[in-house]
Design a protein around this ligand. Structure first.
Ligand code: FAD
Ligand code: FES
Length: 366
């Protein structure tokens, strides 16, 4: 295997993680907690809609998980809200065992579920949050209302029941602080609200009724959607059909049943492994050569020689592993993290990429 470094004058190997100290844990719904971190000396700034990548070892296996920052950007409290997923390793630990004073490793805030704020404009926004999808949406909505005093937001918040709605007090507080500029409609999939429109399964027909009724205005300047893939796909398609250009619709999903090429760690290389391509990765100012074997994603191959390669979900969702292809070409198995514009500029999700050329150069620093 080749592992040659160039530009050895670079800083020592640093995988970008820094410890964050837990300053407060507040119980939210029956199955979720709100975790606030001390910023310490690190003046960590974030953009609305971005997330933290947290990592911890469980029985000797390192897990990395992303959690959206749910407060106002750029300098609100560094806070995430974590819902316990049944059988979920990280979320169960975080919501039952994590204590004030604990330290947890985190990457600096990342993510593209955001847009350029303009204090001078009067925009209208549509927002859809389903379940824990409220976390980035709360950050986006509160940032817009604070930083664009002429803009207004229509939010549709979908939950199973009223008891399961996360961050409800914070959301109502934001509405009260910006009187008349945030309208919120609540829809429940397993609770009767007394009307057909806002109770029941959120199928495509109901989504179209939401748009017709103005809960998600199709004449908005931007729409932000966060929730399950099926619902956000329906809403996005219905908004496009109703006239909202797709490049104004921003979407984030947290998980997908389709796992793409998800693996926990790169495969072990043996004498029988078949090399299929070579590559070079530039990361933290250092360029390293690598070999790709059958079954490898570009991330797998890079990680074998550069353990500091960034990643989290390994399933094409979080975009932590993004890089620009500067030479050669790749195929992406799935892509839920990059916009068409970013793909057009050469960005790929390396966890989902396999080379279609004999050689591929990727740059993580761009
Ligand atoms: C960009 C991004 C931002 C995110 N922000 C948040 C956030 O703010 N709050 C939050 O609670 N979560 C958020 N998530 C989801 C989070 O990263 C984890 O996926 C989630 O906490 C489950 O991890 P786990 O280790 O507990 O479950 P795992 O042990 O990985 O999974 C256990 C089982 O649950 C399923 N599963 C995994 N995630 C989910 C899910 N979200 N919903 C339903 N089933 C699931 C898996 O398919 C698996 O069958 C975000 C994810 C991404 C990519
Ligand atoms: S690691 Fe999440 S998209 Fe690649």
């Amino acid at each position: 295997m080749t592992a040659t470094d160039t530009d050895t004058g670079a800083a020592p190997l640093d995988d970008g993680f820094r410890p964050l100290r837990v300053a407060a844990i507040d119980h939210d719904t029956d199955d979720s907690v709100v975790v606030t971190f001390d910023r310490g000396d690190q003046r960590l700034r974030f953009e609305h809609g971005q997330h933290l990548t947290l990592r911890r070892e469980f029985d000797g296996v390192e897990l990395r998980r992303s959690y959206s920052i749910c407060s106002r950007a750029p300098d609100g409290p560094l806070r995430v809200a974590i819902r316990r997923v049944p059988g979920g390793v990280f979320s169960t630990w975080a919501s039952t065992e994590l204590q004030v004073g604990d330290e947890i490793d985190a990457l600096p805030p990342l993510g593209h579920f955001t847009h350029r704020i303009d204090p001078a404009v009067a925009r209208s926004y549509a927002a859809l949050a389903a379940g824990s999808g409220i976390t980035p949406i709360l950050s986006i909505v509160s940032t817009i209302l604070a930083a664009e005093p002429l803009s207004q937001v229509s939010l549709l918040y979908v939950n199973r029941t009223s008891r399961s709605a996360m961050l409800l007090d914070e959301l109502l507080d934001v509405r009260d602080r910006h009187l008349g500029r945030l309208s919120i409609a609540f829809a429940f999939t397993r609770e009767d609200t007394g009307g057909d429109l806002l109770s029941g399964r959120p199928d495509r027909q109901r989504v179209e009724h939401w748009i017709d009724a103005g809960f998600l205005p199709a004449d908005a300047d931007h729409a932000f959607l966060c929730g399950p893939i099926e619902l956000t796909t329906d809403v996005r398609e219905a908004l496009v059909e109703a006239g909202l250009p797709i490049d104004r619709i921003h979407r984030e999903i947290f998980t997908t049943k389709q796992q793409g090429t998800a693996t926990l760690a790169p495969q072990e290389i043996s004498e029988d492994s078949v090399a299929v391509a070579t590559g070079r990765a530039t990361l933290h100012g250092r360029t390293t050569e690598f070999d790709l074997y059958e079954g490898d994603s570009v991330l797998d191959a890079v990680q074998r020689v550069r353990p500091d390669a960034p990643f989290s979900c390994r399933s094409g969702v979080c975009s932590t592993c993004q890089a620009v292809v500067v030479d050669g070409a790749v195929d992406m198995a799935v892509n839920y993290g990059l916009t068409d514009d970013e793909v057009g500029r050469g960005y790929v999700l390396t966890c989902q990429s396999t080379p279609t050329t004999d050689h591929v150069d990727v740059d993580y620093d761009t």
